[in-house]
Design a protein around this ligand. Structure first.
Ligand SMILES: NC(=O)c1ccc[n+]([C@@H]2O[C@H](COP(=O)([O-])OP(=O)(O)OC[C@H]3O[C@@H](n4cnc5c(N)ncnc54)[C@H](OP(=O)(O)O)[C@@H]3O)[C@@H](O)[C@H]2O)c1
Length: 344
């Protein structure tokens, strides 16, 4: 049996970082060997530095592991859960030192030579790493809403083409990291607008659904109008959308396309790939964050309420677990893809 690959986490003390710590426990290919965070945490045992929010207790051997400063060394693969400003400074240092950096941060997502990947949708974009200036590489996963959105759009793009999307989100508080939105602002309330979010929802889908053309991705010509809200939900972003398709199709055809979606076999076999990346729910009051965000261990995006739209062609509701499919699980799946493609 091949020895497990040593893996480090950048930003191991944050909301996404600790989710990565949990998902790496018992992983068949990866062994967690380094926990890295800011100077505020470095030098302390992980159990003291982290405000552990995961449902299972922190295993004692991890609680005792020292948090290290974010300096390269000791592993060829790092999963990054840094905030964007820290990522912009730190990730290139790791890539220059020969590491493959798989990043949740937005810092490099839209750079021409950086793949923005959801393995079930655009695994071929990984080839862009050959165009990067570093000895190692940086590969990114999208914004947490976009991670779910493109899984719904991909089968529609393949079957009918895509023209325009009107999207309203209802986003969970865990999407804001820890401590996130103050309780007095969010309890019993809805906050319209999330700083910087709408731009990402309007830019990132085109790149992911775009066509690899030599040294860059030719974006899919999809117009997106996005409005975001923060709601008092713990985990799970709800996406309410209307889509204008490239050619007209009714709800029955759209449902058939969503149900028939199958990612490439080499992606379906990755350890973190769910049996079903997309679950079509028939209940007219589904999906709901509390009931469905955990499907497929948080890696399955659920979709329902597929109806004709009197303004565009079709409307539907989707749900994505923002810290799993939208962040930690997405990065882990990308890391597995890099191994499968021989990049790591
Ligand atoms: N939460 C989500 O649902 C979600 C979804 C998709 C993508 N993302 C992205 O994932 C990243 C992490 O999000 P989060 O919610 O986990 O944030 P978070 O809870 O604020 O955690 C940030 C992490 O970065 C570390 N850090 C900050 N500055 C640093 C520095 N200069 N050097 C080294 N480490 C530093 C922090 O360490 P200390 O504890 O030592 O300060 C902490 O471990 C962000 O880029 C975010 O946009 C989040």
């Amino acid at each position: 049996m091949r020895p497990r690959i040593p893996v480090g986490i950048l930003g191991a003390t944050g909301t996404v970082g600790q989710k990565l710590v949990r998902l790496l426990q018992g992983h068949p290919w990866f062994e967690l060997t380094r926990l890295m965070a800011s100077e505020r945490s470095a030098g302390r045992p992980y159990g003291q530095a982290v405000h552990w929010l995961e449902p299972e207790p922190l295993p004692p051997h991890l609680a005792a592991m020292p948090v290290e400063p974010a300096e390269p060394g000791g592993c060829e693969l790092v999963l990054s859960a840094l905030d964007a400003a820290a990522a912009r400074a730190i990730e290139p240092r790791f890539a220059s030192a020969g590491c493959a950096v798989v990043s949740n941060a937005s810092a490099f997502r839209m750079d021409a030579d950086v793949p923005l990947v959801v393995p079930e949708v655009n695994p071929d974009h990984v080839e862009l790493v050959g165009r990067q200036p570093w000895r190692g590489c940086v590969v990114t996963n999208p914004n947490c809403v976009v991670a779910g959105l493109v899984l719904v759009l991909k089968p529609l793009q393949d079957a009918f083409g895509l023209d325009a999307l009107q999207l309203t989100t209802l986003q969970a508080v865990s999407g804001a990291g820890y401590p996130g939105v103050p309780a007095l602002d969010i309890l019993g309330n809805v906050i319209p607008g999330i700083a910087g979010e709408e731009e990402k929802l309007q830019q990132e889908p085109g790149k992911i659904l775009g066509r690899l053309d030599g040294d860059h991705v030719e974006p899919a010509p999809l117009a997106v109008s996005a409005q975001t809200t923060r709601v008092p939900v713990l985990d799970g972003h709800l996406l309410s959308m209307s889509v204008r398709l490239g050619r007209r199709a009714g709800p029955a055809e759209v449902l058939d396309a969503l149900r028939a979606f199958r990612p490439p076999e080499r992606v379906r076999e990755l350890p973190s790939a769910p049996a079903r990346p997309l679950a079509v729910l028939d209940d007219p009051f589904a999906p709901q964050p509390r009931l469905h965000a955990g499907l497929g261990n948080g890696m399955t995006v659920s979709v329902g309420r597929v109806r004709a739209c009197p303004v565009l062609d079709i409307r539907l509701v989707a749900l994505v677990h923002n810290t799993v499919r939208g962040a930690a699980g997405a990065a882990l799946l990308n890391a597995e893809l890099l191994v499968r493609e021989g990049v790591v």
